[in-house]
Design a binder for this molecule. Structure first.
Ligand SMILES: [Zn+2]
Length: 423
């Protein structure tokens, strides 16, 4: 079992030594303590003087393999955009998803994301890519029958097969069920998917209330119910549900999401770019009891997977539209990108403490962005960019050291070859 000792690294304001043993954090102690940590003979000692440790960021809603679809639908509305996406997606295959997910993982490593909650086709290829890159993925089988009963039956069979396959993975990835959205999945199939997920203890990942049109169409189709009310009427909502967007909500929707303990994922850049909206009801959802996290969405709408950018924009927009600079304070913002995700996924991630999984960012603070009396968190979110992330450990192993990710140029060169498939 490999051991790593991070020496003289700042953790929560204290110069500390952090011992990692296997996939977990074994000890965190102030440096120079009379009982200094020793990892023993087989331990790699890394001098981290001038650097700060923080938990790896968690991207709670993405479509990783869209990493090579940047810019394919600019300056158009959501419904025009999604038709274009579905057209491009008709051309993709396993090889495309494998290489595009490797590109996404490369970007996530460089920008500080250790765990990503993915929602995409050809999921076994995303699994292969994420394992090779060393990240912690949550990989969903995507249910999206586009209201075709024949497709529903095909997806039920394939979903069961993928579940069986995922049970043989024997690694640190998680399998989940994704229901694309209420407008793209038949009611009978939503019910089947929820039942299947709950029978097997799987998280349910779904797009909910992303656009105003989705609300209007849902009300017209389902006796005046909003998407949240409709899903609740089906018994679909609970603490195992990760609802992406939840942007257009009534007071009753907020009450339901809070009472059911749903995790709501705010994807600010995607929403802004597609002009889907910007008034994410953070305070209201938090006060109602919902668990709130952050995501980037896929690169076809947000154009990157940078969680620090997402954190900054989320807070700035919230402060601006509420006329309130105290909206979305820094400690809550940090929790949304780390510990709240651990809660949503039932994983001991998002914290640096003994016993937690060792998903750690080593941030280099020896630059002008951090040369200030401000807190580490303030400098990280509002001043720095993701290139301050010097190194990353995921599941107890280095996946980037001093900004170098093994095989970076080869990953890009191989991916470039399959890009032609979607052009
Ligand atoms: Zn999405």
């Amino acid at each position: 079992m490999g051991k790593i000792l991070l020496k003289n690294i700042v953790s929560e304001g204290v110069v500390s030594d952090i011992l990692i043993s296997g996939e977990r954090i074994a000890a965190v102690r102030p440096s120079g303590h009379c009982k200094d940590i020793s990892g023993g003979e087989d331990c790699e000692i890394v001098d981290c003087t001038g650097k700060t440790a923080m938990p790896g960021l968690v991207n709670m809603h993405t479509h990783a393999a869209m990493s090579m679809m940047r810019g394919i639908g600019e300056d158009i509305f959501f419904h025009e955009w999604i038709d274009r996406i579905w057209d491009v997606e008709s051309k993709i295959d396993e090889e495309y998803v494998y290489h595009a997910t490797k590109v996404a993982c490369l970007e996530m490593i460089k920008t500080g994301t250790t765990t990503f909650n993915d929602h995409y086709w050809h999921m076994p290829m995303a699994h292969k890519a994420a394992m090779e890159m060393g990240l912690r993925p949550v990989l969903a089988y995507v249910i999206c029958d586009r209201n075709d009963p024949g497709e529903s039956e095909r997806q039920k069979i394939q979903c069961r097969q993928m579940y069986e396959e995922a049970m043989t993975w024997n690694d640190h990835s998680l399998f989940a069920i994704a229901i694309h959205a209420i407008y793209s999945v038949r009611e009978e199939m939503i019910l089947w998917s929820v039942r299947f997920a709950r029978e097997h203890g799987l998280r349910i990942h779904i797009h909910v209330s992303e656009t105003r049109k989705e609300i209007e169409d849902c009300k017209a189709q389902h006796n005046g119910m909003s998407p949240v009310e409709y899903l609740d009427s089906l018994g679909a909502l609970g603490p195992d549900v990760i609802a992406a967007h939840t942007l257009w909500l009534s007071d009753n929707d907020i009450r339901i999401l809070g009472e059911r303990g749903v995790t709501c994922v705010h994807n600010v850049n995607s929403n802004l770019k597609l002009a889907s909206g910007y008034r994410f009801l953070y305070n209201e959802l938090r006060d109602a009891g919902a668990n709130i996290c952050l995501g980037t969405d896929g690169c076809a709408s947000s154009n990157n997977l940078d969680m620090l950018e997402t954190m900054k924009t989320s807070a700035m927009i919230q402060k601006a539209w509420r006329d309130d600079p105290s909206a979305m304070p820094l400690d809550e913002l940090m929790a949304m990108a780390t510990a709240n995700a651990g809660k949503a996924l039932g994983l001991e991630i998002g914290k640096i403490e003994e016993g937690a999984l060792a998903d750690i960012l080593i941030v280099d603070t020896r630059n002008y962005n951090f040369l200030s009396p401000g807190s580490f968190e303030a400098n990280l979110v509002y001043s720095a960019h993701s290139d301050c992330i010097d190194s990353m450990i995921c599941n107890g192993k280095f996946v980037m050291r001093e900004r170098v990710v093994p095989g970076e140029m080869e990953i890009l060169a191989e991916a470039k070859k399959v890009l032609r498939k979607i052009i």
